[in-house]
Write a protein that binds this ligand. Structure first.
Ligand SMILES: [Mg+2]
Length: 313
């Protein structure tokens, strides 16, 4: 089976953006950016898929929580660009095991979160099939030219993360307590993303969907830089490995100019400096992330191979 990265790379080469297109950022960031002529805003688009047996197991989530999570994954990508969600569309494949009550509760979960975040449900598609599959596309806006991208990190920038990492991975392992709740009910950091764009003028950002080691590596690759970090803030009870590599925390990882005044907290969320962006080492093939001086390979959550979801406690 080919991995996600090689498929994405192939697509990026074969679906190149034609000259004159209003798509100013295509495959390879949290969202694509479309720039309507004469508009004060750029438009953001992102899609995320959840698949039974890959992202969750049947019975692992209450239906409303799963609906919320399906939308949260895309909202988190809008947050990572500093954007404001405006609408969403949902394509849902309903398996025989999901009865009318289950489906209603799932849809209520999506619709309520959509209403709470301004991501008006504006359409979609329904089908029947063997497994539950749900794809959510979110469209958002950001003032023209101000989207936070992965490719803006520069040597000397400071690297920060929001929140505590590894909680979702810990919850997946234990199936109980605050960590399990963290896994079931992640939140998209939309207000933080807006703060990073407007107040801190972050130079780059990415949401931590696949684990710090993986997502920081992606940010470095996009920016053509390296990173030197120390231990990130770990969720209570999470191991060092979970904090470094665990997926689905949906915190924001971002970089700022050296003199930016980053508060210790944004609302209840700690903002912790974990390191600095450095020059890319021309001798290394990929991006280089170093933890306490030693190479940190991107061992994050690898989609296609990982079962996410534990039985309901
Ligand atoms: Mg993302």
């Amino acid at each position: 089976l080919r991995d996600e990265r090689s498929i994405v790379e192939r697509l990026r080469r074969s679906a190149s953006i034609p000259a004159g297109s209003a798509i100013i950022l295509g495959i390879g960031d949290d969202c694509a950016i479309y720039r309507p002529r004469g508009s004060a805003d750029d438009m953001l688009f992102t899609s995320d898929l959840i698949v039974e047996g890959v992202h969750f197991l049947r019975g692992s989530h209450k239906p409303a929580d799963l609906g919320r999570k399906a939308l949260t994954r895309s909202l988190s990508d809008i947050a990572a660009m500093g954007g404001t969600p405006r609408f969403c569309q949902m394509a849902l494949c309903v398996p025989p095991w999901a009865g009318a009550r289950w489906v209603d509760a799932f849809l209520d979960g999506i619709v309520q979160l959509a209403a709470a975040t301004g991501a008006v449900l504006a359409g979609g598609d329904l089908s029947q099939g063997d497994k539950l599959v749900c794809d959510v596309t979110v469209g958002g806006t950001v003032p023209r030219g101000t989207a936070l991208r992965r490719d803006g990190a520069r040597p000397g920038n400071h690297i920060y993360t929001s929140g505590w990492l590894g909680g979702s991975a810990l919850g997946l392992e234990t199936g109980r307590g605050r960590a399990w709740k963290r896994h079931l009910k992640p939140e998209a950091r939309l207000a933080l993303g807006e703060f990073l764009r407007k107040e801190l003028r972050a130079t780059s950002a990415i949401d931590l969907s696949d684990g710090l080691s993986q997502d920081l590596n992606r940010l470095c690759l996009a920016s053509g830089v390296g990173a030197e970090i120390t231990e990130p803030p770990a969720f209570a009870g999470a191991t060092r490995e979970q904090a470094l590599h665990g997926g689905e925390d949906y915190e924001l990882l971002f970089t700022v100019r050296r003199h930016a005044k980053v508060p210790a907290y944004f609302r209840e969320l700690p903002l912790t400096r974990i390191g600095s962006i450095v020059n890319h080492d021309p001798g290394s093939s990929g991006a280089e992330v170093r933890l306490n001086g030693r190479l940190l390979p991107p061992n994050g959550y690898v989609r296609f191979f990982t079962i996410s979801g534990a039985p309901m406690p």
